[in-house]
Design a binder for this molecule. Sequence first.
Ligand SMILES: [Zn+2]
Length: 447
Amino acid sequence: MAAAAAAAEPVAIARNDVAAATTSVSQQDDDESVTTEGADDVRDDPALTKLVSVVAGFERANHEPAANIPPRREKSRLLQFQDSWYKSYPWLHYSPTLSGVVCFVCAKAHASGILKFETKAEPTFINSGFFNWKKAIQKFTAHQNSSCHKQAVLLLHQTTAGQPIVAQLSTAHQKQQQVARRCLLKAVQSTKYLLRQGLAFRGHVDDDSNFHQLLKMQAETDVELRSWLQRTTNFTSHECVEEIQNIFADSVLRTIIADIKNQSKIFGIVVDGTQDINSKEQLSLCVRYVDSDLHVHEDFIGLYQQDDTSGRAIAATIDDMICRVGLDMNFLRAQTYDGGANMDGKYNGCQAIIRDRFPLALHFRCAAHSVHLVAQHATEADAIIQDCLQWVQEVDKLFKRSTKFHRIFETIVTNSGAAVHSSNIKPLCPTRWLCRHSCSLVSCRQI
Ligand SMILES: [Zn+2]
C-alpha cells in the first residue's frame, strides 16, 4: 500500500504540473480571470499560508544535505535527491513538512504578496512541494525558465534593493555611458597627441597603426578602456578618427580667425603653389597679421587642390577660401606670391585681378624669393664661388654614399673636439639659396 501511495504521488504532481501549465498557456489569452482565480486559491490555502510564512522567515534557501532527504521509490528503484542540484538551481528549498522542494524565490515573493498579479503561478513550487526526482532536472529547468519565476526574481530583487527596477536599469545605463564617454575622451586625447607631434595615424594594417597602438598602450593600465576597445570599432574607425581630426582643425582655424577679427581686422595673404606626390597642384594659403601687442603672426590656414592654374582661377580660389574661413576681402591689405607670371603678372596675374576689385590689397613680390634669385644670378658670374659650392656638394656626396668615408669623418669629428658634433655634412638646399650660406659655413667648419 505504501509503495502504491508513493507511486501515486508523482503522478498526481505531474498531473498538477501539466494542468497548471495547460491552464496558463490555454487561458492566458482568452480568460485571464480564471488563472488569476487559481492563483488566489493557492494564496488562500491555509497550508500554503503556513508554508510561505515559514519560507518567508528564511534568509536564504534551506539546502538540506541529500543524505538527510529520504529517497523516493519508483517501481523497483529508489530515487535519491542529488546535492549537485543545489548548485545548478540555488533557489531549491527543502521542506521537511512536505518532504519535497519548493522554489524559495517564488514562495517568498508569494508570501510577501508581491506576486499576486502573476497569472502563471506554479503551485507545485510554491506550496505542494516537488519530489518526483525522476523528472527533477526537466521540471527544475522548466520552472527556472518560467515567467512566474523570472517575475518573482525581479520583484524580490526590486524589493530588497529598495530601488525600482527601471531606476536600477537607468543607473546601470548611466554608468555605462559615463565609462564610454571617458574612453572616447581617451581616443580624442590620443588623436590630439598624434596631431601635436605630427605623427602618422595609419599603418599597413589598423592594428599596427600609431593610433591603435597608443590606445592599446593606455589600455594596459585601464581595464575599462580595454573592455571598451574590445566591443567598440566605430569610434576607432578611419571615418571617426578623420572626423575628430577635422574638428581639431576647425577649432584651430576658428581661433586664428577670431584673433584676426578681434585684434587686427586687416590682414595679408601669402599664397604659393606646388605639385604633390600625385602631380596635382596644391595651393597653400597663409594669413599674416599683427596682434594687439604688435607681434607679427603668420599662420597656415589651408591647402587646396587647384586644377586650373590661370591667374583668374587662382584669384577665384583665394576669394572662395577667404570667404569660407569667415574673413572679409575688404580688409585685405597685402598679397604676396612667389613670382610666377600667373600670380604676379601685371595684367592677367592673380594679384592684378584681386586688386581690380580690392585696390587696397597691395601686391608685394616675395622678398625671400627675390633675394634668392639675386644671389643665385650674382654667384653665376663668379667662378670661385661656383667652384666652392660645387666642392661642398661633392664632398657631401662622397661622405654620404661611402660608409668607409663616413666612418672616417665621424672619427675626425669626435677626435677634433669641434663644437659641431654632427656626424653628417649638411647638404645644400636646392630651392632655398640663402640656406646654402649657413650650410657651407657648417660644412667648412666640419671639414
Ligand atoms: Zn521560482
